[in-house]
Ligand binder design. Sequence first.
Ligand SMILES: [Zn+2]
Length: 148
Amino acid sequence: MSRTRTPVVTGWFGGEGDDFRLLGTRCSACAAVFFPREDVLCRDPACPGGELTEVPLSRRGRVWSYSDSRYRPPPPYVSDPELVWSPYALAAVELEAEGIVVLGQTVPGVTVADLAVGMEMEVVPGVLNEDTETVWTTWHWRPTGVTA
Ligand SMILES: [Zn+2]
């Protein structure tokens, strides 16, 4: 039986392989870009307010900060309490063109020991969790040059 691949959040990312992108929105009045996407009102209080349209974000950015998660987060984080917790690394990656920082888990196997501020990262499709019917998809940050 094949399981369905379902985004863990609808509308925040899309595309496959090299076309995979995070999806933000841009204000037509002040050109600010938002991620997570803002679809109602521009968040800049000084902006008269423009139309918010979806924009794919840059695929690459640079590590602004990073940390690791050494404990099991409480629900709604999904994890099997029967399994040993394995820490994962979190990277805050600055997208220069958009002027924003986007947080995300790194690809499996990349730990804080592999990260440094300023390192170039690229966004890739990832899996947050799997059950018998569904593969819940998300985005991961991967150091550029790492292909595994
Ligand atoms: Zn605006």
